[in-house]
Design a protein around this ligand. Sequence first.
Ligand code: SAM
Length: 257
Amino acid sequence: MFNFKKKYGQNFLSDKNLLKAIANDAEVTKKDVVLEIGAGAGALTQELSLLAQKVVAFEIDTDLKDELLSLNLPNVEFIFQDFMKVNLKDFEKDISSYKVVANLPYYITTPIIFKILEESEKVNSLTIMVQKEVAERIVAENSGKDYGILSVMIKFYGEAQISRIVKRQMFNPMPNVDSAVVVIKIDRDKYSDIDKEKFSKFVKTAFSMRRKTLLNNLSSLYSKDILKAAFDEKFLTRRAESLSINEFVETYKKLEK
Ligand code: SAM
C-alpha cells in the first residue's frame, strides 16, 4: 500500500468524471503536447493520454515509478525529477508549443506557476488545480482584497478564469481546504515590448508594503524627484492594489522612458 507523502503535497484524484472535466477544461486535442507536473498515481495522466498526441509527466517521488510505468501508456513519457530543477528551455527545444495540465502540489503552487510564466517561451495555456484561495488571487481584479503580485503578473502574461470549484472531499487524502481549476491562456503578444524581469521587479516593489503609497514603495527604485516629476500627487498617493494591469504597464513605461 502506498504511503502518501505530505511533504510532496500528495492529494490524489480518482473520480473519472472530474478527471475528464479537467482535461476538457484544457481543451486538449490530438494535436497537443501536454506537460503534467506531479503525475501521482497517474489518474489525470491517463485521461490526458487519451486526448493528447503526447504527454510528458514529471513526478518527484520515485516510489511511484513502478505504478506509473505499469500503466503502459504508449504516448506518455514519465520523468522522475523535481520539476523546479528542470530547464524549460531544454524541454522546449523540440516542441513548437504545449499545454500545461496539472493538479499541482500545494506547497509549491506559486513557484511552479512563476517558473513556467517566466521561463517558458512556448506554453499556450495552463489548466491547473490549485487551492481555492490561490485561484481567487489569480483571477482577482484591482481594488479587491485578493488582488496582488500574482493577479497582476498573470494578467501581464495572459488571461485567467476559474473553470470549476472542487470540494476537498474529492481528494485522497482529503486536504483542509477546497480547490479550484484555473485556466490561464497565455498571450505572448500582449506586452511583448516590455522586459519581463524588470516589470516583475517593478510590480513586486510597488506591492512591497501593501498599505503604503506608490510614492513610498517605488522610491526604492526611482528617486522621489523623478516620481514627482512624472506623476501628480493624487496618483502617487494611490496604493498598488488599486492599479489595473494597464495602469501598471503605463506607469512602468513612463518611468523607464
Ligand atoms: N496528478 C495526480 C492526481 O491528480 O491524482 C497527483 C496530484 S498531487 C496534488 C501532486 C503530485 O506532485 C504528487 O504526486 C507529488 O509527489 C508531485 N510533486 C510534488 N512536488 C513535485 C516537484 N517538485 N516536481 C514534480 N512533482 C512533484
